[in-house]
Design a binder for this molecule. Structure first.
Ligand code: AR6
Length: 182
């Protein structure tokens, strides 16, 4: 599994699955969530509503978990809606929740047969997670996932802002996977 970074708008990615930085309501919002629903069209929201109608999601999607819809009008086949944590200072389990959001998205992508998956920088916008810490967790989660056999061939971190792009580039070039093993 290759791990790549690029700058851009995730709604334009030609991959099997893009991940949405959603909130537990699954009813849309601002940031990347807003862009995905705007460009993907009403079908995605309709599918989200259906997910919310059934258990165990009647009260919303818990933090760290992921579900999927179609890609609607987007070039991707699936949108994986994952909920990252709201930053509360770091002692409320945010790191584990963020890691779970990445790992659960990868597992779901794999179960859908996706070979290529694009991620935004989950939780680093409205949810306020410090970008450097979030980038380390995201990259480590992808590397840990790649340690086990997987049919996912490509993971792309799509950075929207310069700061995230710089952090991801630095982290992906500065350390080999082995150096990162903890
Ligand atoms: N493509 C890729 N990345 C983007 C795009 C885009 N089109 N637009 C923004 N980003 P955020 P969160 C980056 O706030 O922090 C929403 O209202 C942005 O620069 O989208 O997980 C949801 O409904 C940032 O680095 O998500 C939730 O309520 C990253 O995406 C809440 O915000 C994440 O920023 C989720 O907050």
């Amino acid at each position: 599994m290759e791990i790549l970074v690029k700058q851009g708008d995730i709604t334009e990615e030609r991959v099997d699955a893009i991940v949405n930085a959603a909130n537990s309501s699954l009813m849309g919002g601002g940031g990347v969530d807003g862009a995905i629903h705007r460009k993907g069209g009403p079908k995605i929201l309709e599918e989200c509503r259906k997910i919310r109608e059934r258990e165990p999601y009647k009260n919303g999607l818990p933090t760290g978990e992921a579900v999927h819809t179609s890609g609607g009008n987007l070039p991707c086949r699936y949108v994986i809606h994952a909920v990252g944590p709201v930053w509360q200072g770091g002692s409320a389990g945010e790191a584990q929740s963020l890691r779970n959001a990445y790992l659960n998205s990868l597992k779901l992508a794999e179960s859908l047969g996706a070979k290529s998956v694009a991620f935004p920088n989950i939780s680093t916008g409205a949810f306020g997670y410090p970008k450097d810490e979030a980038a380390k967790i995201a990259i480590q989660a992808a590397r840990d996932y790649a340690h086990s056999p997987t049919r996912i061939e490509r993971v792309v971190f799509v950075c929207f802002d310069e700061e995230n792009l710089r952090l991801y580039r630095q982290l992906l070039s500065a350390s080999s996977p082995k150096d990162d093993a903890r």
